[in-house]
Design a protein around this ligand. Sequence first.
Ligand code: 3H9
Length: 700
Amino acid sequence: MSVVTYEIKDEIGIISVNYPPVNALSVHVRTGIKESIETARTDASRAVLIVCDGRTFIAGADITEFGKPPMSPSLPEVLATIEKSQKPVIAAMHGTALGGGLETALACHYRCALSSAMVGLPEVKLGLLPGGGGTQRVPRLTGVESALNMIISGNPVPAAQALEMGLVDRIFDDNLLQNAMAYAKELVDKNAPLRRVRDITIEPSSIPDGFFENYRTQTTKRYRGLLAPQNIISCVQAAVDLPMDEGLARERELFMELMTSTQSAALRHMFFAERTSAKVNGLPKDTPVKQILSVGIIGGGTMGGGIAMNFANAGIPVCILEVNEEALQRGMDIVAKNYGITVKKGKLSEKAAQSRKALITGTLDYNDLKDKDLIIEAVFENLELKKQIFAKLDSICKKGAILATNTSYQDVNQIAASTKRPEDVIGLHFFSPANVMRLLEVVRADKTSDEVLATAMALAKKIKKVPALSRVCYGFIGNRMLRFYGRESQLCLIEGSTPEQIDNAMQSFGMAMGPCAVGDLAGLDIGYKAREALTDEQKGEPKTYRIADTLVEMGRLGQKTGAGYYTYDPATRQRVSDPKVMEVVEKVAKDLGITRRKIDDQEIVNRLIFALINEGIKILEEGIAQRPSDIDVVYVFGYGFPAYVGGPMHYADTVGLKKVYDTICTFRDQHGEAYWKPAALLEKLARENKTLEQWAAQQA
Ligand code: 3H9
């Protein structure tokens, strides 16, 4: 069946796009639209309507075509054909008219939409800019500042706002096709002019002096390290300074520059990685999914409270169980405080916050959990305690309830074995703050049933999380890898760096925060307590933790005590370097017989990131993660890894596995095999000159 059809109805030529799932502008869609417009030139139609079947108007260019040889006709060619039409062309939008989709509508002479529609230019989220005239047409319609805000944020706006901004001319509440046809007739009946956006000029004197320079300065600060926002500003400036065709040529040039950048390749990789991670290899498509209409949470601490908010936000009632009134009240207060912050930021109305809070109740009685569809245990990391809780849940909860643990490290198989229904047990590892962080590590234990797994994946989507599947191992995907990243930051510190140098090097690489600052934020006592439970052998060599332990023993637990690797101004929480920390570092190094040396930033980045990569590849070898892109999802959505670098596995491919392998071998020669044994799969792929992406494609 053709993806674009054309017919005349009541004197209106109707171009219908039908290319599920999102009517992306593939070569077939582009060809179909262009040919239909050409047909309409000489036929009996008086106006032409572009509409889409299915759930949405065109949601953009077909991203799967990016990075491949271009196929004619290009989008700019198609849009030029639409714009030149001598009969009015009207776009009728519903769903999400995004990117090239909105640009198609902007090349039309008139635009109408359903009131439920959203329109936007999200290209920046793929490291790109609107390459179909969006940067030239939007400012002509909305004004420069509004256009910049829309294109640089990439966030879509509702139809009503688009109407106010001048992007849409008419809105209907329902019956899009019927109303759009009536609108088209109205236009031809009154002989409405062919309104081409290109004919609008932006008066340069209307732009305040220094506007673009100031906007660029703010953007550089806000979008640290990103290329696309900078190119977008240049394009919008061209819309003011240059005639339309020259502006379009400038847009094309800067679009192509981004298209070939590693940033866009990484962001496009993340777009598909995010969508693929919800898919479980080998799980039949028709696996039944349980309904989750009520949730119980054991533990009302920061984590339990944050988890509860996710469900309340999705309209699912939650009951938090605590050990006493005081702890319960503390948990409820944390929830109330978090909602208060969201309201204060203007992201939620007071009324909505109240109704969400009303969905969260508390109890001290396990019996109140007996009818819940899902129970999530979120108590502190103690395997014995967790096993006791699960044994109790087993005796209380209704048949078929899902019993989940939010453990970050513990053996989910052992937890499941403490029940008589291990098939109903799963790990749901949320990341702190749980109401904000988008990652959900779903841990599949050996006996977890397909139904429970499928339900967990579907539920993640419902509560707006990005799931990544992990098998059971100590720390699962994320925390298992993080240990090696943490180890290298400790070693760089003791061998010659400072906390500032390490944090600055990692931030320049793109991490949201460096490891020392993260340690201070989370609390250095967490790692300390975890190490207390380990044998000396499990803890590893003292040089990998002695500095952190000494700081804790000095009462420097991080931000909460006003001091850790840094000291913190109590009022502003601003961090300041503290010479006492370097005294500790130097003393510990001396005590352990380590002669400190100068370490450069590149060595820091390579040691921390390559340690992550090596462990990530071991995780793939062992089948703990399903695919490299799932590991990238874990790191980008859970650990502040820069999306524009694409996660550690994509970054390894960008650097080249041979180079990663050779560097790890050099580290092995310098620091010993105990720390730097290259993963066998890394060695194999490096020798074969292959990428992890190619390896993943072979496995699929
Ligand atoms: C652009 O337009 C450049 C132009 O300016 C210039 C060109 C010269 N292409 O997200 P979902 C797939 S750049 C190909 O789960 P939802 C997606 O992979 C583009 N495939 O659904 C998934 O596949 P699968 C600017 C696409 O309802 C399936 O559709 N536009 C595309 O949660 C369902 O997706 C954008 O950046 C695409 N453009 O959300 C919009 N879009 O089922 C990107 C989706 O195999 N898209 N797929 O996993 C979105 O934001 C969301 O998909 C949307 C629907 C909001 C549309």
